[in-house]
Design a binder for this molecule. Structure first.
Ligand code: CP3
Length: 354
């Protein structure tokens, strides 16, 4: 019986996995570890499998999704798998004309900036993403006792791609709409919340054990603007999936000033980047929530001893916290040596088990 991680193969044991226990702030045998972007370009086996296949095309093929999702679980022995997809997949599924350009990211053919443009954002039906249902079912069968994390982009981050038409440093068109036409902005985010919630429900109903809502770029906002213009939509997503009882993780980059507010949006676990020490992040997030993070992904380019020193700092800051899931402060960088990731997983497991 060679389960990818050597974890229990009995699905009954799933809920007792270190990852789900930590999400629920229960005692764990070791600190669970997974990495945002653990599947992808850092792995040669990923690059080989993706040769000649577009990113979005690969997301629509359950056989590829299953294999790519399992690759880092097998290789690194991480405590959770994250479903291989992209935040723009549900938008593509409802007919928004967009593509993911290599080295660039999502590019939207006709940006959404007017009330008439909103009509292009129809609700998502489960049948629009039947390949997701199929892939999640295949994956959970393969994963056994290793939890599968489903995910989606949060309304603000999705809106940024849709309004800008692609990746953006300053989010100027997005903010122009947010400040200039609050009513249209609220309607845009509300539609995106509906699509996002529907997409997460599909993944949970097919067997995902937890979900992560990525609001990657929301750190561009002040707390007051976040509360007024973004949190209602993110809260709508969290409320919609609350009845399933699976842990809900929320993460964004540069969100030091927003951590508490993001927790209040309805998350059970809040992810922090490396700019705030984990104990301080936990203080800002407040009681009753687990914390995920927060090693700087660039640290993995340093020699092994330095990686361990920095991992120690994260683990030391997490001492005494109820519920810590070790992760990076953002996604694995494409040029990361995969061996460094494998070593880090063992190191965190061994050190936290002592
Ligand atoms: O974490 C995982 O292992 C699951 C896979 C995953 C992808 N995208 C695959 C992907 C996840 C969780 C995402 C989410 C995502 N996509 C986010 C939120 C997470 C974050 O990093 O903040 C965002 C902002 C996007 C939008 C996006 N898609 C970007 C910025 C890029 C990278 C552009 C580039 O080429 O540098 C993508 C493309 C993308 N999504 C790739 C992968 C593996 C690379 C494309 C490829 O391999 O050809």
């Amino acid at each position: 019986n060679d389960r990818p991680t050597g974890q229990p193969s009995n699905p009954e044991d799933l809920k007792d996995s270190a990852f789900l226990r930590a999400c629920r702030r229960e005692p764990v045998p070791h600190t669970p570890v997974w990495f945002m972007r653990q599947a992808g370009r850092s792995l040669p086996e990923y690059r080989k499998l993706r040769e000649g296949i577009g990113m979005l095309d690969s997301c629509m093929r359950p056989d590829l999704v299953t294999e790519i999702t399992l690759q880092p679980v097998r290789r690194h022995g991480v405590d959770a798998a994250i479903y291989f997809s992209d935040i723009v997949v549900p938008l593509k599924a409802i007919g928004v004309e967009l593509d993911i350009k290599p080295g660039v990211g999502p590019v939207v053919e006709r940006p959404i900036r007017t009330r008439a443009d909103l009509e292009r954002l129809r609700p998502l039906e489960p049948g629009d993403v039947s390949y997701v249902t199929e892939a999640v079912r295949m994956l959970t069968a393969e994963l056994g006792g290793t939890p599968l994390i489903g995910f989606a982009g949060a309304p603000f981050t999705l809106a940024s791609y849709l309004v800008e038409g692609g990746p953006s440093r300053n989010h100027e068109h997005t903010k122009a709409l947010m400040y200039g036409d609050p009513e249209l902005w609220a309607d845009l985010l509300d539609r995106l919340a509906g699509i996002t919630a529907a997409f997460l429900k599909v993944q949970i109903e097919a067997g995902a054990s937890a979900v992560q809502l990525f609001d990657s770029w929301v750190g561009a906002l002040s707390p007051a603007d976040y509360v007024r213009s973004v949190r209602p939509a993110s809260a709508k997503v969290f409320d919609a999936v609350a009845p399933y009882g699976v842990p809900r993780i929320h993460f964004g980059v540069g969100t030091g000033e927003l951590l508490g507010l993001m927790g209040e949006a309805g998350a059970d676990v809040v992810g922090a980047d490396w700019r705030v020490p984990l104990d301080e992040a936990a203080r800002r997030i407040g009681p009753g929530k687990a914390v995920q993070g927060n090693l700087d992904p660039a640290v993995l380019f340093a020699p092994r001893e330095a990686v361990e020193t920095q991992a120690d700092r994260v683990l030391d800051a997490a001492k005494g916290l109820e519920g810590h899931i070790f992760n990076l402060g953002h996604g694995v960088l494409p040029d990361t040596d995969p061996e460094a990731l494998t070593r880090l997983v063992s190191y965190v497991h061994e050190r936290s088990a002592r």
